[in-house]
Design a protein around this ligand. Structure first.
Ligand code: KG4
Ligand code: ZN
Length: 349
């Protein structure tokens, strides 16, 4: 199974056989977006167009196969940036047609969950997944029943438990980085700054965790209030004549990261306990954050839950997750998709 991912700024291509990752390659256009402080859709689409063939070649080389060995092609059909999705889907259709093999359109969010089979084998019958990236923040209920003889993704049902009502978690990291004068993408810079900061320096708000919010939005997230609180803190500091010196930036970064990690961990563990599941999956670029991973691991352990986190290169957008889901779906008798397969930027789980 060849998998193609192009929903945002990463062009990912991978080859898998069943749940074995044979090879994968990722090209990112992130450097081209830096001076705009965020992903510019047109630039991303053009970059996918340029990167797709070289990335496919690299993935085949790493896997030690040629295109003639490909039995099926899976591609992200949504959600994502409209133009970016179109490039990947057009390439996948062309390959499927030329190689005369089945085409499978897959859901990007479900693929983030499915990638775990490449690392830890078949998914447990039930789990809760937290997806946190620059574009999405979702809490998912994952059911993978009846795995007798199959990998179970055909029967896999993913239900949206909650999501962000405003900014995605990674977007919050990027916006706070900008407030602190740190480069884009902000996550890694905020993490580095936070290392020498005091996480208790500023009592930043934990969005949607007050009792009345929890009743209406038990599993939803909100990060815009937190971002505003950081902006106010920076303003107040400046008005008092303070500089954005290392100490201040470190304390804000640490306190902000603590607030994000606390809310993510709290709601994820609550969801797992409420749903009576044993396993928590973590995915998305923000899984790279040491505090997010660390606090989630701590709270999962305290609650007796198992936490599965794929290696970071498989947490961020990549072709392997798409190929993994495609292979599982095909093995379970799903698909193929018609060659008229449409992209859907707002595809729900
Ligand atoms: O999954 P990803 O590579 O792309 C999508 O957005 O789909 O995630 C990128 C996001 C960015 O917002 C970036 O700032 C954030 O993940 N990120 C981090 C860290 N590394 C990447 N956020 C916090 N801490 C990090 N170490
Ligand atoms: Zn993603």
């Amino acid at each position: 199974m060849l998998g193609i991912e192009s929903s945002c700024d990463e062009t990912g291509v991978a080859l898998v056989r069943g749940s074995q990752l044979l090879g994968h390659a990722v090209a990112s256009s992130v450097d081209e977006h830096v001076r705009f402080g965020g992903v510019v859709p047109e630039i991303a689409s053009r970059a996918h167009l340029e990167a797709l063939l070289p990335t496919t070649r690299r993935a085949c080389e790493e896997a030690g196969v040629t295109l003639a060995d490909v039995d099926a092609v899976a591609v992200t059909a949504g959600p994502g940036l409209a133009g970016a999705l179109l490039v990947g889907v057009a390439a996948a259709k062309a390959l499927a047609l030329a190689l005369d093999v089945p085409l499978l359109g897959v859901n990007h969010l479900v693929a983030h969950v499915a990638v775990d089979v490449l690392v830890s084998g078949a998914l447990p019958e039930r789990s809760v997944a937290l997806l946190v990236s620059g574009g999405h923040t979702e809490l998912l209920d994952v059911r993978s029943p009846g795995r007798q003889g199959s990998q179970g993704v055909g029967a896999m049902r993913v239900e949206l438990l909650g999501q962000t009502l405003d900014d995605a978690a990674g977007e919050a990291f990027d916006k706070v980085a900008r407030l602190l004068g740190l480069p884009y993408p902000g996550g890694p810079h905020v993490q580095r700054a936070a290392e020498s900061g005091d996480p208790a320096a500023f009592p930043f708000p934990r969005g949607l965790t007050a009792a009345h919010d929890l009743r209406r939005h038990p599993y939803d997230f909100s990060f815009s209030g937190l971002k505003t609180a950081v902006a106010r803190q920076v303003d107040a500091h400046r008005r008092a004549g303070g500089e954005l010196d290392e100490r201040f930036v470190a304390d804000v970064a640490a306190s902000f990261s603590e607030a994000v990690a606390d809310v993510l961990a709290r709601k994820t563990v609550t969801a797992a306990l409420d749903r009576g599941v044993q396993t928590v999956l973590l995915g998305g670029g923000v899984a790279a954050n040491a505090r997010v991973r660390g606090l989630l691991a701590e709270r999962c352990e305290a609650a007796g839950l198992d936490l599965r986190v794929p290696p970071l290169r498989l947490c961020t957008d990549n072709g392997a997750m798409v190929a993994a889901l495609g292979a599982l779906a095909l093995a379970d008798g799903l698909g193929p998709s018609p060659l008229e397969l449409a992209t859907d930027p707002g595809l729900p789980v």
